[in-house]
Ligand binder design. Sequence first.
Ligand code: FAD
Ligand code: NAI
Length: 507
Amino acid sequence: FRVFRWTWRLTYLSLLGGIGYVGYGIYQDRHPEPQADADPTKKTLVILGTGWGSVSLLKKLDTENYNVVVISPRNYFLFTPLLPSCTTGTVEHRSIMEPIRTILRHKKAAVKFYEAEASSIDPERKVVRIADNSEVQGDMTETEVPYDMLVIGVGAENATFGIPGVREHSCFLKEIGDAQQIRKKIMDCVETAAFKDQTPEEVDRLLHMVVVGGGPTGVEFAGELQDFFEEDIRKLVPDISDRFRVTLIEALPNVLPSFSKQLIDYTESTFKEEKIDVRTKTMVKNVTDKTVEAQVTGPDGEKQTIIFPYGLLVWATGNAVRPVVKDLMSRIPAQKDSRRGLAVNEYLVVQGTRDIWAVGDCAVAGYAPTAQVAGQEGSFLARLFNNMAQTQALEDKISDLSSSLNLQPGDAAEASRRLEEYQRQLRRIKNIKPFHYSHQGSLAYIGSEKAVADVSWFNGNVAAGGRLTYLFWRSAYLSMCFSSRNRLLVLNDWFKSKLFGRDVSRE
Ligand code: FAD
Ligand code: NAI
């Protein structure tokens, strides 16, 4: 009985603690402290992008040390790990967006934000050319922003490898707009298939959802899509439900190449149970408005062409370099051998430049293009820049003190004590180590409330898959959400879709 009483008390206390923590987070969000004005006499630090790399940098940067300017066509941060869940309405899109204005309002000193795209960077003149490509435009749509220091965190665009028809006919899955478009198109395919007197062949085509690319994006999307059908559409539109099919096409011999063999096998067998058709060693060569043409390599090495008629095609074959990055690379001789983005050194300085750093998917630092890497790189740069500002302040103090040592002989002892202290601090601060990535593990949702996880554990690796891993996946991503607001909204969405089912209206 006593054990029961203590367990009850502990649960009660942790619940109170949790509510207090969330409540404090909400209060802070709503009542930011007064903010110092930006100081244009300080060095201008321009940050491009509002993704994982740039926002992690902003989160930890002491903005009072610089005149900070952020430029991005997207005025929000997007929590990409839950983007596949938005395509089916398991999570609503606004739940995983955090306005950049809210983030910046919580910094000690004000930060300027321009909603614009950087179209080119001139490292000689130290200026970024920016353009407002949004729907509403004023008289001024293009201008230049000068910088003293520049951080490029513009991410990557979708790779299509120049395959004909991909850009015209498929949906990508990188931005909020992509997820919204997919959600709309799934329901359009379903309603069109249910149209009076639709031919059986056309129903089969419309309800065939093809996903190209068996990396984590393609796998997670295929899993979410199959869930949506099994849990909601099957019940609401039963007459056509057994014609629904998901096919996942992958050029390599297996899906999820970056996961361990055990988890690859687990994913492929789970997909088989879920009736997701996985076609490995199948490379898409051409896309039309209704078909995908792919080349399959048989066990004897023989190549064969297959045509897949489709209703919805989602293209998830990884990253390509953005034009603004390509343009900058072409201006820097040291970048001529780099293919996948801006080659950076161990302090994330773009090779062959001065005062330009790069983070995340647009930087080539020897790591995979993931949110984890981009986040850690951003935090590293924040520490580096905070240190640089402190170093500058200390060097100024040392120079002032050294020049005044002989002026006030009475204070000389005190002054040299302070000088020594500053020099000691300076040595400590200057001793910043190069960037080192610490891999926490990889997680992916594979449908039917199952997930796979390759997690680092005491210098080793633990591979796990199943329903428990799914709970771990959910709690990990919930805790990683940007703000308390995001956490509450995501929790609410999960609860809502479980209780009432996903919303199948086509907006
Ligand atoms: P992004 O986050 O893509 O941000 C780039 C920013 O630059 C955006 O704000 C964009 O608007 C802006 N921008 C673009 N062009 C310009 C321009 N010309 N000028 C100025 N700004 C510009 N990784 C994980 O580790 N775990 C996961 O679970 C995971 N899930 C994912 C799910 C999906 C569906 C996708 C697509 C990716 C996922 N990733 C995951 C990968 C992760 O999202 C990326 O590695 C990460 O977003 C890279 O961060 P970034 O800052 O380099 O770029
Ligand atoms: P990816 O590069 O990981 O996978 C793309 C896949 O498409 C590859 O396996 C490739 O062989 C295949 N492919 C390429 N061309 C093809 C063709 N013509 N026909 C058939 N298949 C073709 O890309 P993805 O999944 O978009 O991921 C991008 C990055 O984001 C990765 O670094 C990934 O780790 C990260 N990410 C991580 C997630 C997670 O940890 N849960 C979720 C989503 C993305």
